[in-house]
Design a protein around this ligand. Structure first.
Ligand code: GRF
Length: 211
């Protein structure tokens, strides 16, 4: 998996969202509050659906947005190329999938592999997929958390960059547990994106090194 060692300064970040966009908001706040010292700036926000709060957050921040809906394309690979083209137009150093509920395809990975960061609400490799919070609860796990990782061609299988741990309480339901995970997740994502941008990184096999 190739990775840039000399990111632009500040690193250009395109964020992909599908929902409420609170992780996106954390990145926007970090950029606004940290200024150039943070090392990264969100330059555009993309989505696979319209009418979501994540896009409204981007618009309020004055950022360009784009929507590429799978249903508008004849095939999944054509959607994947269109998404890659839209992202590419903003010349990102990093692409952050922050609650983006689609799996990107071969073309997207060929163009941005080693530069796509995803955040997942469980401690991978446990509980991958779309229901990581619900699955950890149903399993009866005592701890869960979040994982920020690079995206490869599997589902939540790429090299791990950082993880945060959250205790599961007896009284938790999925919503309560997910909110506590997201508290940790937002801080972790902001920290990771800043460090990747400021310090550079390398990926060797499954290991991610940030000097
Ligand atoms: C996050 O917990 C993310 O890991 C999961 O969906 C949530 C997105 O939250 N895939 P938000 O849209 O950033 O508020």
């Amino acid at each position: 998996m190739a990775a840039p060692t000399e990111p632009s300064s500040p690193a250009r970040v395109v964020v992909l969202v599908s929902g409420s966009g609170t992780n996106l908001q954390a990145l926007l706040d970090a950029t606004a509050e940290g200024g150039p010292a943070y090392g990264a700036e969100v330059v555009a926000v993309g989505a696979d659906r319209s009418g979501i709060e994540g896009l409204r957050r981007a618009e309020r921040a004055g950022l360009p947005t784009f929507v590429r809906r799978v249903a508008d394309f004849a095939s999944r690979p054509e959607w994947d190329v269109a998404l890659a083209d839209a992202v590419s137009a903003h010349r990102p150093d990093l692409v952050v999938s922050a609650g983006f509920m689609k799996i990107v395809g071969a073309e997207f990975l060929a163009r941005f592999g080693g530069r796509i960061v995803n955040t997942h609400p469980a401690l991978l490799p446990s509980f991958p997929g779309a229901h990581g919070v619900r699955d950890a609860l149903a399993y009866g796990a005592k701890v869960t958390g979040c994982t920020v990782h690079f995206v490869d061609d599997g589902v939540d299988t790429g090299p791990v960059i950082a993880q945060g741990v959250v205790e599961i309480r007896d009284e938790d339901d999925e919503a309560a547990l997910h909110e506590r995970i997201k508290d940790v997740e937002r801080r972790l994502l902001v920290d990771v994106v800043g460090r990747l941008a400021r310090d550079g990184y390398s990926i060797k096999g499954r290991k991610v090194y940030i000097p």
